[in-house]
Design a protein around this ligand. Sequence first.
Ligand SMILES: [Zn+2]
Length: 190
Amino acid sequence: MGDHFQTIVDLDATAADAPRLAERVLGVLVTEGVVLPEGTDRPFGGHLPGPHWHKAAGPGRTDWAPTDGLTVHTGRTVFHGGQGDAEWVRCPRCAATTRLLTDEYDWIDAAWEPYGRAVSRWQETGEAAVICPGCTATVPLTEWTWADDYYAFGYLGFEFWNWPEFGEAFRGLVAEALGGHRTTLVWGKF
Ligand SMILES: [Zn+2]
């Protein structure tokens, strides 16, 4: 079984405005009764589900209640899907798709190497790019599309542990509280 998570990542927040935006979203989630205000020190999310947790769940997803809470991450973070890895990555300019795993889910080292280096560099500096093997454009790491949205690079993320699958309405509520920022959902298990 294991524990699974869904993390709503803000793709536009900067290091400077992430703490303020985190407070604003948390305020909305508490007001809506989705999570409780008091943070507790526990491994799977400090803000436990509130009385109206079902507002987060998608249609038909309210038959079981979340069993853990929300952790808010601020600061430069490589968000990723936990177990496994991205099967492929796609260039936003030419749509060339590069496979990163074999059919047996082994790493294709030569394909992964430039991306792996860029992920490390982004983690250290907040800036990195990869030269596309298809069109040779130098494309910022943050613009590539990953299989299953496996990776997201940002400064603000809302990580929910063991919650039902989120609905579009909830994703919209969070995006609105973020001032219309673009968001993505990174999910997986550990
Ligand atoms: Zn390309």
